[in-house]
Design a protein around this ligand. Sequence first.
Ligand code: NAP
Ligand code: MG
Length: 393
Amino acid sequence: MGTPLVEMDGDEMTRIIWSRIKEILITPYVDLKTEYYDLGLKKREETDDKITAQAAEATKKHGVAVKCATITPNAQRVEEYGLKQMWRSPNGTIRAILDGTVFRSPIVVESIKPSIRAWKKPITIARHAYGDVYKATEMQIKKPGKVELVYTPDDGEPIRELVQDFMESGVAMGMHNIDASISSFARACFSYALSTKQTIWFSTKDTILKKYDGRFKEIFEDIFNSEYKSKFESSGIEYFYTLIDDAVARAMRSDGGFIWACKNYDGDVMSDMVATAFGSLAMMTSVLVSPDGYFEYEAAHGTVTRHYYKHLEGEETSTNPIATIYAWTGALRKRGELDGIGELVRFAEKLERASIKTIESGIMTKDLFGLAEISGKRAVNTDEFLREIASGL
Ligand code: NAP
Ligand code: MG
């Protein structure tokens, strides 16, 4: 390796798996270079959470990061760790600094059949992470009266639109989005499609929300035509816009292998549907892509607290390390591509293949045991599973 990966360590069970993956599957084969940031809650507390911002800044400097799952503090964690304050979600902090979009894709294994039979290849959901109903203002209407939308320009007269002239009780809501955020979302989507060589769809409901969703559609179209069209043509991939209901119908009939860009709420709903239909949360990868081309790879699941408490009591656990392994292979592959190190790219591919083949040979962690349609399957603990992958590798 030339340029280091930004390595962000984390918490609980995934922290333990993190060091085991490095020890068993990576350092014996790769002359690993990382710039290490400990985002474990203890260290965040010690540094007043400055470490998280430093790790994000380092990602801007080096370009590629790999992150372990971390605890997002709540009231119970404040007590458990004796925290000075309820520190922000590390992912939220990192996303705010890198201004990214999150892409989630399932890891597909032969013996675990998606509940949608037509799906053969992964479907990646790209979810816009700003605004809409997540930043809405709501109102319960108790008596007859008018609800209006009022926009007062800094230098002009207010503009009013009637939402509803209520004759009886009901509900109302106002929400917004920002051109700059929609534009970064579009760029992140198109860059990611190019970097993974997959066709991308974008869906909204612009037949109903002609101005709101229409603006999303327009921004995507403008950015595509002016910045990405020719690159897509030479990569042999496509971009198209379609209505959300049509996208759902097409997705169900498809065999997968594409990126589906969704507005915030649609992405929330669709990513849970896709993850569940493909099998297990422990098999979902996640990558944050910034419009400037920085990448941060991680597993989609959390720190697997329940398993960690068992581990602390000396019980053996069978926690699935696949998504965390894929965070590493994703980051190593990207580093290899950016630095022109073919061997690193091939190592990442081999490690992914060895991981999948281990499951397909019938050796797996407990979470997959119930899902896998294969005879003679065997559930093993995390360490045994990692060693089996190493021996396949
Ligand atoms: P979680 O860690 O994803 O675990 C929820 C449950 O899903 C587990 O108890 C386990 O089910 C199953 N599971 C998840 N990953 C698994 C794996 N690799 N192997 C086997 N089973 C797996 O979610 P959580 O318990 O709600 O959250 C725990 C902590 O993680 C919280 O402090 C939260 O803030 C944090 N979190 C961090 C991130 C992140 O850093 N990106 C994301 C989400 C949550 P069984 O118990 O039934 O075996
Ligand atoms: Mg959700």
